[in-house]
Each structure stands twice: as structure tokens, then as C-alpha cells.
Design a protein around this ligand. Sequence first.
Ligand code: SF4
Length: 60
Amino acid sequence: MAKAKLVANKCDLCAERTNGVGPACIQMCPTDALRLVDSNQIESSIEKKRLQSALGLVNL
Ligand code: SF4
């Protein structure tokens, strides 16, 4: 009897969803905790937080 082959796959950002709706987990996240951003957005967001912290506007 053949056993089912179990394979772990990495996230491919739902590459099969080509209809422009984006990744399924982001679409379904009930708390809007997941977002798809590019690395430039992350860098600028971090830099903005650092500046705000240096100015005493936020606590990191
Ligand atoms: S649902 Fe989310 S974790 Fe799963 S493949 Fe799509 S983007 Fe990756």
C-alpha cells in the first residue's frame, strides 16, 4: 500500500491567486494584523519610528 507523501511547502504569497485579490491570509485576517508591503516601506516605517522616538514622540 502506497503511503501519502507529505511535503512542506514555503509560502509563495498565493502565487496562484492571479485575480488581484492578494494573499488569502491577508484577506482573511480578522484583526488586520497581516499586511503585504515592500521592503522600502518597512525601512521608511522603521526610520520614522526611530525619529519619533528620538524626539520623544513615541516610546519604542
Ligand atoms: S495564505 Fe498566506 S501563508 Fe499561505 S501561501 Fe498564501 S500568502 Fe502564504
